[in-house]
Design a protein around this ligand. Structure first.
Ligand code: TLP
Length: 347
């Protein structure tokens, strides 16, 4: 059996989740009467400590709707320079909302607060108005790194002082909460708006939820329609989301443990290096001596699928379809793949 560590997006619904999908009450969500979507939105708002919520097809759409509501064309928004919204959303801030991305380097996803303060410009004859600060938690390109509540609160204070909102790309905010051992609301209530994904570690097949003030969500609903994200009998997807929120949050700790054990099992293997201190949620970043792309096919031949994430880095993402005994198998696959590589000519 293949161990698919390409992403936590690859999970299949469990039998119980399928049962929840099959028995969902459906309506037409564009007409506003799908009871299961309404129930998911209410549950999401309650869990995150926000007034209202909107079910959207993807994390990308949730983030980009937020940007479109918070900003006007020509405005600037601040992002950590390795953030998903900058790297992996197809240039959407510029293409869809005319937003200028101001990027600041971070350490494990955390920007320097003083640099953030200094980057917030007011609209003058020369400078654009900076109208949004974006955060990402957990931080994908930093290997699932976590921002704690105090750090998030500090960014909120800086934004408040400048009179601008904070949007959180919380695709994996439940991993952050479980990793820190805190209720998710202690993180999500620090920000003006948050988008979280049901389709990642939570194990639902499709969907994300954008949460925020009621007036914001009303505008977001309008933009969702404009972006083509209005769905009809989407209660069947929302039912999977409700099931995931009720049954798959606590178990994220199992994925974190599996990641940690895999990191330990990979220690000392030739040709790779893993920093155990970097493993705080469900990601393991494997640093490779040879180009990361050289490893992918040999690993797949040994039963492990993974993605290169940078020239000499492979990302392993743990999720509910990965069995608890996988760490040993993964280490064996790396060992065997490495033997094949070292017998070939060096890159
Ligand atoms: N991330 C995907 C890829 O796009 C890289 C993955 O496999 O990790 N924010 C964050 C932090 C994300 O990691 C992702 C997906 C998204 C937003 C977008 O979610 P979707 O894929 O639902 O649009």
């Amino acid at each position: 059996m293949q161990i698919d560590l390409r992403s936590d997006t690859v999970t299949q619904p469990t039998p119980e989740m399928w049962a929840a999908i099959r028995s969902a009450d459906l309506g037409d969500d564009v007409l506003g009467d799908d009871p299961t979507v309404i129930a998911l939105e209410e549950l999401s708002a309650q869990l995150t400590g926000h007034e209202a919520a909107l079910f959207v097809p993807s994390g990308t759409m949730g983030n980009q709707i937020a940007l479109g509501v918070h900003c006007r064309p020509g405005d600037a928004a601040i992002f950590e320079s390795d953030s998903h919204m900058v790297w992996y959303e197809g240039g959407a801030p510029a293409a869809l909302s005319g937003v200028m991305t101001k990027t600041l380097p971070g350490i494990r996803g955390a920007m320097d607060p003083e640099a953030v303060r200094a980057a917030i410009t007011k609209r003058t004859y020369h400078t654009p108005a900076t109208t949004l600060l974006c955060l990402e938690n957990t931080h994908n390109r930093s290997g699932g790194a976590v921002l704690d509540a105090a750090t998030m609160g500090e960014f909120r204070q800086i934004a408040d002082a400048a009179g601008i909102p904070v949007h959180l790309d919380g695709a994996r905010i439940f991993n952050a909460a479980v990793g820190l051992g805190v209720p998710v609301s202690s993180l999500t209530s620090q920000v003006t708006t948050v988008n979280f994904c049901l389709s990642k570690g939570l194990g639902a097949p499709v969907g994300s939820v954008l949460c925020g003030p009621a007036a914001f969500i009303e505008e977001a609903r309008y933009l969702r329609k404009r972006f083509g994200g209005g769905m009809r009998q989407s209660g069947m997807l929302a039912a999977a989301g409700i099931y995931a929120l009720n049954h798959h949050v606590e178990r994220l700790a199992d994925d974190h443990l599996c990641a940690q054990k895999t990191g330990e099992a990979l220690q000392g293997l030739p040709g790779i290096c893993v920093d155990l201190d970097e493993i705080v949620t469900n990601f393991v970043m494997v640093h490779t001596d040879r180009p990361a792309t050289d490893w992918i096919a040999p690993l797949e031949a040994e039963g492990v699928r993974a993605l290169p994430f940078g020239s000499h880095r492979i990302r392993l993402v743990f999720h509910l379809d990965i069995p608890a005994d996988a760490p040993g198998q993964i280490a064996e696959a790396f060992q065997r793949a490495g033997v094949g590589l070292s017998s070939g000519s060096p890159a």
